[in-house]
Write a protein that binds this ligand. Structure first.
Ligand code: NAD
Length: 577
């Protein structure tokens, strides 16, 4: 549609005829778009509204040039203003166009409008005209466009709201001190950073990053760093609260934090990512450290990202500080056993749950949604125990075989073809269907919000272990609980990752490293103890396992806060205890 707009302005003859025969440019555009692309006119109006909004909110716009160049070019702020003039010309009620009157042809009119509204660069009207013509040509030839915005995006459902809802439920059961409850509704510290990065094309781009340190009552805050184009502060805040409960439920001497940068790593070179990561580290250096806040990898960040952070931070403080981040390569202080730690921890909790429910792990049937790090290792480890993996899936589809699948062969197929779908002659299955299979153990290990009130009643598994963060909505929890399904909540089931991250940091601080067996034994002790404590709370208070896990976590955090908080600050509640 954007190309059609510039074609109109460039006075393509048959389009001009359209403009002349229609009452407004907006109507002419919608009608032509609808005819050319065979879609309803009402939908064409919606497409226009979406483009107008994106261009209005855009901080950066990239245009992909055609072959043989096939490169992304960043538009200048002047060109972005010009695009705003163009979209305004086609708006139902243009606000800028009347500024110029309709001088000469339409393109001249738009150029005059631009000069009126935005002024011409260095007072030079000719330069503006030339730039405008260039932009029209670039837009006509472009293969694709990309708009990046800094407007906050609200994800649905808002993850922070889910955190607050659970805090409320568990807080009431615990009779949490009202002052502490108030404090726990908000993060302790939120840092917003703007990081200038020289890009490969010679432009300077400023990225916005966050670090939220939610609570450090139990120890230094700990949590991953996520690179994502739609990252929001609500999301980072919710994840930092999640980390606070996760470290607390596992009994670790750590608080919770999370960070991230709004960027699209898939479109960035290694050099750009390194400069971005080092810039983020410099901006954050005074707030992180082995005794204050310890980042780790998360979505679209990895051991290389952590190595850059560790190196940059070490240069700033003047000595090797391996313990400032975890998830590093093993040759730079990473821990043995970290890759499979989340799934190994999950396996230990599943063994406990199966004992409790009287399910024999040998021959127990397992369905796993998501076949990445967590899903694959979970399949492998559970299979080694004798479980039958009857279904697995990834974003492209799934496979099903009642007799069981070979997890390693399935992974080889995924590496070769990009998906587990189509492996051998197994029956295909969908992600939705996989969740509803008749099985003993279900492991959602892909995305959030997979089990909701709309499909919870159809789940037939006896045990669900949440490998992913937030795959089951709190509303669906109660339905599963009523059905007698035993849920191992994310903050417990997938805490193996953060437990071994903690071990990594302990080894860094000692500068003495453990064998893989030692790591596994310590992980098993830690997570099994946490599981048993949560189960005891669930039984004592007759609540589901998720509420029980939050109660355990909240109690640890609030006890630490109460003894640490100044008596002058909370005199009544502290004395009452
Ligand atoms: P990953 O990127 O390695 O794998 C994700 C998998 O999910 C991929 O196989 C992908 O194809 C699949 N997937 C994506 N969209 C899907 C869809 N719509 N339906 C089905 N499958 C889909 O990620 P990971 O490290 O395995 O993490 C998975 C989940 O576990 C995330 O929620 C993550 O936050 C959580 N988690 C991971 C760790 C860890 O140590 N890796 C620790 C705690 C929690």
């Amino acid at each position: 549609m954007l190309k059609l707009m510039v074609d109109f302005l460039a006075e393509e003859p048959e389009l001009c005829g359209k403009l002349d025969s229609c009452t407004t440019p907006h109507y002419a555009l919608a009608q032509t778009y609808s005819t050319n692309f065979g879609i309803e006119e009402a939908d064409a109006w919606k497409v226009f509204e979406e483009i107008e909004r994106k261009i209005k909110e855009a901080e950066y716009i990239h245009i992909e040039a055609p072959r043989p160049i096939r490169k992304w070019f960043l538009l200048t702020p002047e060109e972005i203003s010009m695009l705003r003039v163009i979209t305004d010309y086609f708006a139902p009620q243009p606000r800028m166009a009347p500024a110029s009157g309709f001088v000469g042809n339409r393109l001249e009119s738009a150029i005059e409008t631009y000069k009126w509204v935005f002024g011409s660069p260095r007072g030079n009207g000719e330069a503006a005209r030339e730039n405008f013509h260039n932009l029209v040509e670039k837009t006509q030839n472009a293969i694709s466009f990309r708009c990046d915005t800094l407007e906050p995006l609200m994800t649905t459902p808002n993850p922070y709201k889910a955190v607050l809802d659970l805090l409320q439920i568990a807080g009431e059961k615990l009779k949490l001190d009202p002052g502490i409850h108030e404090m726990l509704k908000r993060p302790m510290r939120t840092i917003i950073l703007n990081i200038p990065v020289p890009m490969d094309d010679g432009n300077l781009r400023v990225f916005t990053g966050y670090r939220v340190q939610y609570n450090d009552a139990l120890g230094p805050t700990k949590g991953g760093i996520r690179y994502h184009p739609e990252l929001t502060m609500d999301e980072v805040t919710a994840l930092s609260a999640w980390m606070t409960w996760k470290t607390a439920v596992a009994g670790l001497p750590l608080g919770g934090g999370k960070g991230g940068i709004r960027c699209n790593p898939k479109d960035m070179s290694q050099g750009e990512l390194e400069r971005l990561t080092r810039g983020y580290t410099r901006a954050l250096a005074r707030y992180i450290g082995p005794y204050s806040d310890i980042p780790a990898p998360d979505v679209y960040t990895d051991s290389q990202t952590m190595a850059w952070i560790m190196d940059e931070y070490s240069q700033i403080v003047g000595c090797n500080t391996f313990g400032v981040v975890t998830g590093k390569p093993v040759c730079l202080g990473g821990s043995l056993g970290r890759n499979e730690a989340t799934s190994r921890g999950l396996m230990y909790t599943v063994i406990e749950a199966a004992n409790y429910k009287g399910i024999d792990m040998k021959n127990a049937t397992v369905a796993i949604q998501g076949y990445g790090n967590v899903g694959y290792y979970a399949a492998r480890l559970l299979n080694e125990l004798g479980c039958r993996i009857i279904a697995i899936s990834d974003s492209k589809g799934g496979i099903y075989n009642e007799e069981g699948l070979d997890p390693n062969e399935a992974m080889k197929h995924k590496i070769k073809t990009g998906s587990v779908a189509g492996f051998k002659n197994y029956k295909p299955t969908t992600n939705g269907h996989l969740l509803e299979l008749d099985c003993d153990i279900l492991v959602p290990a892909a995305l959030e919000n997979q089990v909701t009130p709309s499909n919870a009643a159809k789940i037939k598994a006896k045990i669900i272990a949440e490998g992913a963060n937030g795959p089951i909505t709190p509303e669906a929890d109660e339905i599963l609980h009523q059905k007698g399904i035993f849920l191992i909540p994310d903050i417990l089931a997938n805490s193996g990752g953060v437990i071994v991250s903690y071990f990594e940091q302990v080894q860094n601080q000692m500068n003495y490293y453990w064998s893989e067996d030692e790591v596994r034994n310590k992980l098993q002790n830690t997570i099994v103890t946490a599981f048993r404590e949560v189960l005891a709370i669930a039984e004592e208070h007759k609540v589901n396992m998720r509420v029980a896990a939050y109660m355990k976590a909240l109690k640890r955090v609030s006890d630490a806060m109460l003894v640490r908080t100044s008596k002058a600050f909370l005199p009544v509640t502290i004395n009452a205890r």
